[in-house]
Design a binder for this molecule. Structure first.
Ligand code: ATP
Ligand code: MG
Length: 412
């Protein structure tokens, strides 16, 4: 029955079954990332609004319309983080780590964007993000892609496609951008309204518009890949050679542009056809200019973020763990002793629920519903002899034993 209050539109509850999937995915991320010597950071959810305006760019969808930004009681302009990279760079600079060598970080936590809620598109969602600072290319590009690939393989998501592009750099992009703007202006009438606006402000973003009408128009659009300067072209070639050496398959996709201003050179997405328009489950790229943009020294960096909810829709059902033992206490006088036995077994590392005493039939029903593997039946006579009866809930087989014998008898 629905109560008086509902969660905010596009903001969902993580109930136990869903959280079990999230934990499974996080666990695999932690294990995989550890093999690449990547360390966890836990960064603030609230950041100064200006941080995102400076880093992501005022003309992006995120900054222009999706941020949960407000002025607090002290007149500070504050924002619920829409993504993790800007905050990570801020923390990296604030901690004075720019001379500390390569820093490899990951984080997992909620991000907030006020976009139109759809399947796989929420207003509060979680990202597993990775940022490598002072990470020169192309080895870092290849290795971070190898790590993302290993993570997704470990999740048994082998039907994902890696799409790869290079966005060039501040030297080669302007000329390309000008050509693209020219191309888009000629087709202005046929583009959607948003793309019409983007043409002048953020033209590369038009390339990954999800409107079929726009995609139709873009078939002959100029491609950045044909306009790379020689340094960017060499870098990209080395990334491709590295991926080939590691047998990581990829598709070149000139439409991968990322929505954020700070990316340069390598850009990538891992996509699926199983989630409709929300098919990008992991996306990232190089952002060599961002550390400087936020006040630090020139620092090459690369990162990615994966949407936890989107991954959770793809991984196979991971069931909730069920208790090992359900305690069935028969008779009021056994209650206290039965609770002590439950605590004892928990101390031995078993997962135990107590069925609460009362009628036997009701308690067995609870044991059943909990999915317990065994019922531990405690009656008054047995208690006097310090004995318990263990019932296998599947076979119905019963055995009397001393409680101390129980943990070992379950493992054998
Ligand atoms: P999209 O093109 O789908 O809007 P994006 O380019 O905005 O994605 P990023 O900012 O790169 O996405 O975020 C990285 C990942 O985080 C995405 O690939 C996706 O898996 C996830 N993600 C982004 N926005 C949302 C959202 N609103 N709800 C759920 N997951 C999201
Ligand atoms: Mg988006």
């Amino acid at each position: 029955m629905a109560g008086t209050f509902q969660s905010i539109r596009g903001i969902h509850d993580g109930l136990p079954a869903e959280v079990a999937r999230w934990r499974h995915i996080e666990q695999i991320a932690r294990t995989t990332f550890a093999r690449y010597a990547v360390h966890e950071v836990r960064l603030p959810v609230l950041e100064p609004t200006e941080l995102f305006v400076r880093s992501i760019g005022a003309a992006t969808d995120i900054v222009s319309k999706e941020m949960y930004a407000f002025v607090d009681q002290g007149n500070d302009h504050i924002c619920l983080r829409p993504e993790g990279t800007a905050g990570a760079v801020r923390a990296y600079l604030q901690a004075g780590l720019t001379r500390a060598g390569m820093q490899r970080w990951y984080y997992c936590g909620p991000m907030f964007r006020r976009e139109r809620p759809q399947k796989g598109r929420l207003r509060q969602f979680q990202q597993i993000g990775v940022e490598w600072f002072a990470a020169p290319g192309p080895v870092s590009d290849v290795e971070i892609l190898a790590m993302a690939h290993a993570f997704l393989q470990a999740l048994e998501l082998s039907d994902l496609r890696l799409e790869l592009n290079s966005l060039g750099c501040t030297r080669c992009r302007p000329a390309y951008r000008a050509q693209l703007v020219e191309f888009l202006r000629q087709r202005a009438e046929a583009l959607c309204r948003t793309c019409h606006e983007r043409t002048e402000k953020n033209p590369m973003r038009v390339l990954d518009c999800k409107e079929p009408g726009c995609q139709q128009q873009l078939q002959d659009a100029p491609e950045i890949i044909d306009h790379l300067c020689s340094d960017c072209a060499t870098h990209f070639q080395q990334v491709r050679t590295g991926l080939d050496a590691l047998d990581i398959a990829y598709h070149l996709n000139p439409r991968i542009v990322r929505g954020l201003d700070y990316y340069n050179r390598t850009a990538f997405e891992f996509v699926t056809d199983r989630l409709g328009a929300q098919g990008t489950v992991l996306a990232g790229g190089r952002y060599d200019g961002l550390v400087r943009e936020l006040g630090g020294p020139d620092t090459p960096a690369i990162g990615f973020a994966a949407g936890l909810e989107r991954l959770a829709m793809l991984v196979r059902e991971s069931s909730l763990p069920t208790p090992d033992v359900a305690v069935v206490a028969l008779g009021q006088e056994t209650l206290a002793w039965s609770m002590r036995q439950a605590e004892y077994l928990r101390g031995q590392g078993l997962a135990v629920v107590h069925c609460g005493g009362g009628g036997a039939k009701r308690q067995f029903k609870i044991a059943d519903r909990e999915g317990a593997r065994y019922a531990l039946i405690i009656g008054a006579d047995e208690m006097r002899q310090q004995l318990v009866t263990l019932r296998d809930m599947r076979s119905g087989e019963q055995r009397a034993m001393r409680i101390e014998e129980l943990p070992a008898s379950l493992t054998t």
